[in-house]
Design a protein around this ligand. Structure first.
Ligand code: SF4
Length: 715
């Protein structure tokens, strides 16, 4: 069945029938379709879906894509299980019971869209800002993400959404230091001689980077993991520094102090290509190892050794790789989910300039490569449809407070309608007790575009069934490598599911929006995503196109900052009344600051889940078992807790019950609440976000999931 807006004339046979057939009429037709993994992961793998007689039977990594190298992670290898899941929502559903009661009945698309349009029109007549879109990276696709949806909400004049939930503090930190979310090319980590893996469990959440790091290790590189948790990645590194959460900035400053003290500096690079060195130098000198060690909860000797390793890689004009070879830093976003996250990223991103690491293609830092991609956001989202209106912006990290906030001149109208797509806020937003209370408002009109009946969908007035990546077109950028990818639909949409684009396209029609941009097909949107900046024929032919990026982007400076230099001092931050120099900014909830809640809790992802995706895939949930809290045996003994006990984890925001695992993955004083379980699949209908707070980061308005004090008791 062909539907408007997306055609199936594209089915692309990489391999024609693979099995010998004696009878062509009864033979299965086997195709392999090139796609892209849509999940929130830096690896952005190229996928091959094997389709037999219209049914996807296998998803595997594309061997022709260098970064994917033929391998997907365990989660996405099970993608067919997710797509054909018996609990997949395949028709529109309308709420028939109280909010949150999960009582729904099927309804036709016609009836659902007509009613939704009428309700939204009624609200928009009063004030369209009372309508709030809520979306994030349920798909990272540029088309099924914010293309037609952006157009729809811009035309409507709905509130804008600050999409801060994951990376905004670190993103701002990079922008105000290097000028953009750019850095080393991931493949060159394989040539580094020293790799600092900072705040990243690469084996769990950046597997294809780990392949390069491992290659470097085999060639003699030293790998050092800096992470409060002793992750699977830490197990494989030569050294592990288990600092307290939220103290990374202090550690970076102390490394600088040692580099200065021992003159492990590239003076020429500092003079030519940085801004604010003298001021940063003076600040760093205030951080001898003993001071930083006390803040970070580690030994001063560990800092001295780390700085010595890093300083040994200091480059110069005559030796661009340094005496010991190039040093590379792979950061990930975990470390910036604390009050001082933006400043910490600024400090770490400054380190390569001190030793001139950028001179070599295997030196520098990578947090995100997303700033490399020439995404034509304006063409996709059409902000011009606002026609001069300037709606307020709602921060998705504080949705718990904002859903129950009354109308006021400062806030604007009370939120009257919420349209959720590509996200599961009841599970993933901080302080989820409050989020749930907001969603439970009987007077809040909520529409959720989903694959499954998630915690959020439980609170919907309408659930609209959306297609998965196997059923729609999309185009992808990456935040871990520099290849653009195309996703072709491998199978027809199941049941009555529709792509997000089509849902917003049809809703626009019901609302009477007549602009021609609402008629653009998904294939047309894919072409608009990069315009002429990426060769679309290459995307069609091989599924990916490598961006022409320099090998050593800042060897000669040329940072995309206003000064063209690596900005230790940022005038833009100073103009906003912030400190123009990066500093260590302590946590909102500092270790040892509360006798009632003496443990710091971080909530890194359980290995077989990706945010809240895949929690309902039984084979993956079976591997995870139950919601788990990792605790150091010393902390457990003091509380008479035994391995495997059910424990109560609590603070002033709420209570959460889970199973405890006593092991060395947790350091003393820190517990690791692995997330993000669906609340209804955990114990007591809660998850770890019952405990996290809505306090924000120093820049970027990001959430502070890892800045959270708790107490733990046996139950
Ligand atoms: S989640 Fe990451 S590693 Fe797994 S398939 Fe997707 S992009 Fe690749």
């Amino acid at each position: 069945m062909l539907k408007p807006g997306y055609a199936l004339s594209h089915l692309f046979a990489l391999k024609q029938p693979t099995m010998p057939h004696s009878n062509a009429q009864s033979s299965p037709q086997t195709l392999q379709i090139i796609g892209a993994c849509p999940h929130d992961c830096p690896d952005t793998c190229s996928m091959l879906t094997t389709v037999e007689n219209g049914v996807a039977i296998k998803v595997q990594g594309n061997p022709n894509h260098p970064h994917t190298d033929g391998a997907l992670c365990t989660k996405v290898s099970r993608y067919t299980e997710r797509t054909y899941h018996p609990e997949r929502i395949l028709q529109p559903l309308k709420r028939v019971g109280p909010k949150g009661s999960s009582q729904f009945e099927p309804v036709s698309w016609d009836a659902a869209l007509a009613d939704i349009a009428q309700r939204l029109q009624g609200i928009a007549k009063r004030d369209a800002q009372a309508i709030v879109p809520y979306s994030y990276a349920g798909t990272m696709g540029l088309v099924q993400g914010e293309s037609m949806a952006g157009r729809f909400f811009h035309k409507l004049g709905a509130s804008l959404l600050a999409r801060t939930i994951c990376s905004s503090a670190g993103g701002e930190g990079m922008v105000h230091t290097l000028g953009a979310k750019v850095g080393m090319r991931v493949e060159f980590f394989a040539e580094a001689r020293l790799i600092l893996i900072w705040g990243s469990n690469s084996i769990g959440s950046n597997l294809h980077f780990w392949r390069y790091a491992n290659q470097a290790k085999r060639l003699g590189a030293k790998l050092i993991c800096i992470d409060p948790r002793k992750t699977e990645t830490a197990d494989k590194c030569h050294a592990h520094i288990a600092l307290l959460p939220g103290t990374d900035g202090a550690l970076a400053l102390s490394i600088m102090q040692q580099l200065i003290k021992h003159d492990w500096l590239d003076h020429d690079y500092l003079a030519r290509h940085t801004l604010g060195w003298e001021a940063l130098r003076a600040r760093a000198l205030q951080w001898p190892p003993e001071r930083a060690a006390a803040v970070c909860g580690i030994e001063a000797a560990q800092i001295e050794a780390l700085a010595r390793d890093y300083g040994a890689c200091a480059a110069s004009t005559s030796q661009p790789a340094g005496a010991q070879g190039p040093a590379a830093i792979r950061m990930n976003y975990g470390l910036q989910r604390v009050h001082g996250g933006g400043n910490a990223v600024r400090l770490i991103a400054s380190l390569p300039a001190l030793i001139g690491a950028w001179r070599h293609r295997a030196g520098g830092v990578l947090l995100s490569s997303s700033g490399t991609f020439p995404v034509q956001k304006t063409a996709l989202q059409r902000p011009g449809l606002l026609a001069g209106r300037t709606p307020r912006t709602i921060n998705m990290a504080t949705i718990g407070n904002d859903l129950v906030r009354p109308a006021s001149p400062e806030f604007g109208p009370k939120v009257a309608a919420l349209i959720v797509y590509n996200s599961n806020p009841v599970a993933i937003a901080p302080d989820s007790g409050k989020v749930e209370a907001g969603f439970a408002r009987e007077d809040l009109f909520t529409v959720v575009l989903e694959h499954f009946q998630t915690d959020t969908a439980d609170y919907a007035d309408y659930i609209l069934p959306a297609t998965t990546q196997l059923e729609h077109w999309d185009v992808h950028s990456s935040y871990g490598h520099t290849d653009a990818l195309l996703n072709r639909p491998a199978i027809a949409p199941l049941g009555q599911t529709k792509p997000n684009t089509q849902i917003f396209r049809e809703l626009a029609g019901r609302m009477g929006f007549t602009e021609t941009c609402f008629a653009d097909s998904d294939e047309a949107l894919c072409r608009q995503a990069y315009g002429d900046a990426v060769n679309f024929s290459a995307l069609l032919e091989q599924g990916f196109a490598t961006l022409p990026t320099p090998e050593a982007p800042f060897a000669q400076g040329g940072f995309p900052t206003p000064s063209g230099k690596c900005e230790f001092f940022s005038q833009r931050l100073a103009d906003r009344g912030l400190d123009g120099l990066p500093a260590h900014v302590p946590n909102h909830e500092r270790a040892d600051s509360s006798s009632a809640y003496p443990l710091v809790m971080i909530s890194p992802p359980a290995r077989n889940f990706l945010n809240s995706s895949f929690v309902n895939v039984k084979s993956l949930r079976d591997i995870e078992g139950e919601p788990l809290l990792e605790m150091h045996p010393q902390d457990a003994t003091a509380r008479r807790i035994s391995d495997g006990d059910t424990v109560r984890v609590f603070n002033a925001r709420g209570d959460y019950r889970c199973r405890v695992s006593l092991n060395q993955r947790a350091r003393v004083g820190v517990v690791n609440g692995l997330g993000v379980w669906w609340r209804k699949l955990g114990m007591d209908g809660t998850n770890v976000n019952q405990l996290t707070s809505q306090a924000l980061t120093d820049m970027g308005g990001g959430p502070t999931f890892y800045d959270c004090l708790v107490q733990v008791q046996a139950t």
